[in-house]
Design a protein around this ligand. Structure first.
Ligand code: SAM
Length: 255
């Protein structure tokens, strides 16, 4: 199998796309994977476990606590506060990586009002490795700097590690799912879907499939949050209407 076939296969399985400028990084990742597992390119897709291990290796898992903090603050004021007051809501982080976005949202909600002890925050990702980290809720002590002082009561530090408190973990759950797969989503289920820093790695042609899935999975008037540097195209506004009340654009489900 040649590199371009491999790229096509990655795209089919995950929607992720490798433009010219990222090809070298991909090539390095593939070489490392083959060397570490003592495999040839043609052996990668021979069984499901190896395929998923390979996909794990080529996906970009970069994340942090309180990423795009200003956008989160605005989200909290405009959308999260009314949900917390209502007490009955469900928020999904689609492409949650190692869980930091999910724990950030749970901490922000906890700081906003009292919450029922239920799984209100869900993380979904294709990467088994990222999910295993997310479920543990244990990170390097070095990530402490990402957490504003007022939120540090929700974590503890022991030696080199940072632990998410049980109170926060109880509000969360993590599931493996492919955002391209319509079967991964229940209907009319979420009030908000976060999908930040995922579409930047996607083939634009695949984004539309994902938006259909999100539209189905959101409740009427549900909100989609992408990162401040990602925007839906005008054709996609039939599914999600841009809503800019203050500084940031959020997207409201149409219909
Ligand atoms: C760069 S991280 C972003 C994490 C987090 N949303 C944030 O903004 O910090 C992108 C995540 O999307 C996940 N991902 C990529 N393609 C996916 C797919 N088709 N289905 C589910 N998750 C996917 C990757 O495994 C990775 O963990």
């Amino acid at each position: 199998m040649k590199l371009d076939h491999l790229i096509e296969k990655i795209q089919q399985l995950s929607g992720n796309y490798y433009a010219e400028d990222r090809l070298q990084i991909l090539q390095k990742k593939i070489e490392n994977f083959l060397r570490k597992n003592n495999l040839s390119i043609d052996e990668i897709f021979l069984n499901e476990e190896r395929t998923s291990l390979f996909i794990d290796n080529v996906l970009v898992n970069k994340t942090s606590f309180f990423r795009h903090y200003q956008q989160l603050e605005e989200f909290r004021e405009l959308y999260l506060k009314p949900l917390v007051d209502k007490k009955e809501f469900r928020i999904l982080s689609a492409g949650c990586s190692t869980g930091k976005e999910v724990y950030t949202l749970a901490m922000m909600a906890m700081e906003t009002g009292s919450l029922p002890e239920r799984k209100l925050f869900e993380g979904m990702d294709l990467s088994r490795f990222a999910l295993s980290v997310a479920r543990k809720g244990i990170y390097s002590r070095r990530t402490l700097d990402q957490i504003p002082k007022e939120y540090r009561k929700y974590i503890s530090i022991d030696g080199e590690y940072l632990y998410i408190s049980e109170k926060i973990k109880k509000l969360t759950e993590f599931t493996r799912g492919n955002i391209l797969d319509s079967k991964a989503f229940p209907e009319n289920h979420y009030d908000v879907i976060f999908c930040r820093n995922v579409f930047i790695y996607f083939n634009p042609e695949y984004i539309n499939y994902v938006l259909y899935n999100f539209r189905k999975a959101l409740k009427k008037d549900g909100v989609l949050v992408v990162s401040p540097v990602e925007f839906l195209s005008p054709e996609d506004h039939k599914l999600f209407r841009p809503e800019k009340i203050k500084q940031y654009t959020f997207y409201r489900r149409v219909g």
